[in-house]
Design a protein around this ligand. Structure first.
Ligand code: KG4
Ligand code: ZN
Length: 347
């Protein structure tokens, strides 16, 4: 089965061709990702209107390139998948409408993919992880621990009560003048910084609910930065390292509690702990979770960094999984700015 996947929910325009065989094994034939970072950098964050226009300008070419690189023609596709949300609605409309036009003109099935579900299912493409598994989904807009029980069957165990982890990285970067996107910039600074210089708080440490909180930590970094101003290069490195160390400790502690909650509610252990979303590209967080895996005996699965951040292959793969299960969508399916994975835990 060959599926075209289209991703336009934020600031990456991406199209990919993914194959899935009858044993459920996937292969990425192409995955073209065009980042709009340059367009948004001057504003210190993603400007929705600019993002939507940029998607319109390049999406056709990106799709053509994805087909070319995969050496696949339109008529060989078994389905057209697009992220139908959640995300910036202008961009979502661009991708979904393009997918509808292709599906209609080619007479192929359409699959409207939940962007978060695509992040959640990526480890099944890269590592053939079996259900049920524990998922830490951490991106610029989301921070959640989920029990992934089956295709389309997600139970949210915990979430952030204020900022998302990626958002905290982005805000910290902005505060320290490191620009956008903040995650990779803060991580790069942290590498040569002293993580022990500042004792930042570890929010919610030890609490029995596997929730996250970032705003207190963010404020602590801001107060310290204001106290030290003007900041020397070393101050920035040490602030980043100390901030990142606090995030790692929190993520490990919260995920440990999430694992406990999973076992209590499911009556079994997850097949793996999977991390997904842009924040999963962070090496310090990856190492922290590897330690948790060693401590708890849990298999840790982390897709390669390029598949953790937004990309078309994850949309194509989620589309292929749904198509294989006989799930398709009508041409009247609506784009959604909000679309929680667990319908009982909106937001
Ligand atoms: O999943 P994603 O590409 O887009 C969505 O938010 O859906 O995630 C982007 C987020 C941004 O907040 C970015 O700063 C963060 O992931 N991120 C990182 C790293 N790379 C990306 N955060 C920490 N360390 C990184 N290396
Ligand atoms: Zn994402």
């Amino acid at each position: 089965m060959l599926v075209l996947g289209i991703e336009t929910t934020c600031d990456e325009t991406s199209a990919a061709i993914v194959a899935r065989n009858e044993d459920g094994e996937g292969e990425i034939l192409s995955n073209v990702v065009l980042s709009q970072i340059a367009e948004h950098a001057a504003y210190g964050g993603v400007v929705p209107e600019i993002a939507a226009r940029a998607h319109v300008e390049v999406l056709d070419h990106i799709i053509e390139q994805a087909l070319e690189e995969a050496n696949v023609r339109f008529d060989r596709l078994d389905g057209i998948a697009a992220a139908a949300g959640p995300g910036l609605i202008g961009g979502v409309i661009v991708g979904l409408t393009t997918a509808k036009a292709l599906a209609l003109s080619l007479g192929k099935p359409l699959v409207a993919v939940n962007h978060l579900e695509a992040h959640a299912l990526t480890p099944r493409l890269t590592d053939q992880v079996t259900f049920p598994y524990l998922l830490l989904l951490a991106s610029g807009g989301h921070t959640q621990l989920l029990a992934v029980r089956g295709l389309g069957d997600y139970v949210r165990l915990g979430t952030t009560i204020d900022d998302a982890i990626g958002e905290a990285f982005d805000k910290t970067a902005k505060m320290l003048g490191l620009g956008y996107p903040g995650g990779p910039a803060v991580e790069a600074q942290a590498m040569s910084g002293d993580a022990a210089r500042f004792a930042f708080p570890r929010p919610l440490q030890g609490r029995p609910d596997p929730n996250f909180s970032l705003s207190g930590l963010k404020t602590a970094v801001r107060l310290e930065a204001e106290r030290l101003a003007p900041l020397a290069a070393k101050d920035i490195r040490d602030l980043c390292a100390s901030f990142q160390a606090a995030v790692v400790d929190m993520v490990v502690d919260r995920t440990r509690v999430g694992l406990r909650r999973f076992r209590e509610t499911a009556g079994q252990s997850p097949s793996a702990l999977v991390i997904a979303g842009g924040v999963a590209a962070n090496l310090a967080i990856r190492r922290g979770l590897q330690r948790l895996g060693a401590e708890t005996g849990l298999r840790i699965v982390m897709p390669p960094a390029a598949l953790c951040t937004d990309n078309g292959a994850m949309i194509a793969w989620a589309g292929a999984e749904r198509l294989s299960a006989g799930i398709t969508d009508g041409l009247d399916v609506s784009p959604r700015a909000r679309w929680p994975l667990d319908p009982n835990a909106p937001g």
